[in-house]
Design a protein around this ligand. Structure first.
Ligand SMILES: [Ca+2]
Ligand SMILES: [Ca+2]
Length: 504
């Protein structure tokens, strides 16, 4: 009888332990870590066209959420969707309306609902450093120094200040009315179900002698405002800055900030293979700097974005499919909320030629950053956008092609995204320790996660070389890759949480 009881208890214990296995816990852990997501950055104009006018639109995203679910992303960052005189939308004419080429507010609400049904959140671009010179506030403001909205803008010698040239007029955040306007815009969209905001041009917000201090405390004020009613909401700041100590201060007011330094490290160490032995220790330094400012920092790593050349057009990555896949595996195994720029999962090409002051494109006009923002390659004329004639991706395999090819970059992205979601150390962990046996060829790091119910540790090791490498280890459980590492391969090994210090 005693033996039977022992067996029953043992089975019970096994069932209990397996029910707590890290791999089963994604949905549960997601609830306790609501800000941890895998983002996909969409330029709406280029993503998917629903009504055959050649311009991407909100319904195009709604109709193609299955593509994003299949890829495995859990959140979207939409570039500006408001009325604007420019093709890119970073000069807003009305924050409370939708660009007519992109659809209507009803379309946006339908997208939010449909995305919510798929478990996909939406973060909006909040462009508040400046408005368009066609915004009604500015039209009034410039009419007279005594106009109602005159103090909404920053004036220098009678002219409205522009951080960025081209009719983008800087808002005046010394004026509490402007802060109140921004807070009501944020409330408007949070009420509709938006998860949060990407703060455009965060380091330009306030013109002062100590802008970093002033900007981060402005962001803190905005963030505290939205957290009152939406405690899980998310603010990620764009501090376009490779000098990471300056970015670190923004973790006071923001939940997250883009890691331009880490992107640069990937271009340099993985692309150009420069000083590879420093790769992981450099990343570790950034995370420790951020941790000092805010122990709960959430990093936002990325490989490229709409302001940068695409990775497949970056030196060291051109015609190097193994390196593009390695960069994806690095991005998706770093702490925080990785951001994937649309089309990177296909290896789309695109770069701005700075040797020319704009290029004349027949049938379009003069183009600058458009080359980095070209139509997504569906391989399906019913979805493809055609607003810009893209000559750089005539040979790039489309998403339709790549879904059928097990060796495609799309499949590599899909595989590592799924692995991240299956492993709390990768998806939710914030710890990052250099692997103890790093050298000039292999660079690894230990990622871990612990709460009351779950703990997990993994070692991620990348071969930053075109030579094979045999990893001489006899510990842990290989959950990805192989100890016989091919050129630019990755191996991920699960270890006992208690052994982290042994391998650090
Ligand atoms: Ca359209
Ligand atoms: Ca400003």
């Amino acid at each position: 009888m005693k033996k039977l009881l022992h067996i029953i208890l043992s089975i019970g214990l096994i069932v209990f332990l397996s029910s707590c296995s890290p791999k089963d816990s994604y949905e549960q852990l997601k609830k306790t870590n609501p800000q941890h997501d895998i983002y996909y950055q969409i330029f709406v104009r280029s993503f998917a066209d629903s009504n055959d006018d050649g311009i991407g639109d909100l319904n195009g995203i709604t109709e193609n959420l299955d593509y994003l679910s299949d890829l495995g992303v859990t959140a979207l960052w939409l570039l500006p969707i408001h009325p604007s005189p420019s093709y890119h939308g970073y000069d807003v004419m009305d924050y409370l309306d939708i660009h007519p080429e992109y659809g209507t507010m009803d379309d946006f609400e339908r997208l939010l609902d449909a995305a919510n049904d798929e478990g996909i959140k939406i973060v909006m671009d909040l462009v508040i450093n400046h408005t368009s010179d066609q915004h009604p506030w500015y039209i009034d403001a410039q009419s007279s120094t005594s106009a109602t909205y005159h103090d909404y803008y920053v004036w220098q010698n009678g002219n409205a200040y522009e951080s960025f040239v081209g009719g983008m007029k800087d808002l005046n955040f010394e004026n509490q009315d402007v802060i109140d306007e921004v807070e009501s815009i944020m409330d408007f969209y949070l009420e509709k179900g938006v998860h949060g905001f990407r703060i455009d041009a965060a380091k330009h917000l306030i013109e002062s002698t100590n802008p970093t201090f002033d900007n981060t405390f402005l962001l803190l004020e905005l963030n505290q405002h939205i957290k009152e009613n939406y405690p899980d909401s998310f603010i990620v700041s764009e501090v376009f800055e490779y000098f990471y100590p300056m970015v670190a201060d923004y973790f006071i007011g923001s939940d997250s900030a883009f890691n331009f330094y880490a992107a640069q490290q990937i271009w340099d160490k993985v692309g150009k293979l420069n000083s590879r032995y420093l790769f992981v220790s450099n990343l570790h330094k950034v995370y420790e700097t951020y941790r000092d400012i805010n122990p709960d920092f959430i990093d936002s790593p990325f490989l490229t974005n709409h302001d940068l050349d695409r990775l497949a057009s970056t030196p060291g990555f051109m015609n190097e499919p193994e390196k593009l896949a390695l960069a994806a595996r690095i991005l998706l195994t770093l702490p925080g909320t990785p951001f994937i720029y649309y089309g990177e999962e296909l290896g789309m090409k695109g770069y701005r030629d700075y040797s020319q002051d704009g290029q004349i494109i027949p049938g379009y006009g003069i183009a600058y950053d458009e080359f980095r923002r070209t139509p997504f390659l569906w391989g399906d004329d019913s979805k493809n956008t055609t607003w810009f004639p893209d000559l750089m991706n005539l040979e790039t395999p489309t998403s339709a092609d790549q879904k059928l090819d097990e060796t495609s970059l799309f499949m590599a992205y899909k595989e590592i995204i799924a692995l991240r979601k299956d492993n709390p150390a990768l998806m939710f962990g914030n710890d990052f320790l250099p692997y103890g046996d790093n050298n000039g060829q292999i660079q690894g790091y230990i990622r871990s996660y612990q709460d009351e119910n779950v703990k997990q540790a993994v070692i991620v090791i990348h071969n930053l070389s075109s030579d094979t490498y045999t990893l001489d280890i006899d510990f842990g459980n290989v959950i990805f890759g192989s100890k016989e590492m091919e050129a630019f391969a990755t191996i991920i090994i699960e270890i006992d949480y208690e052994d982290i210090e042994v391998y650090a």
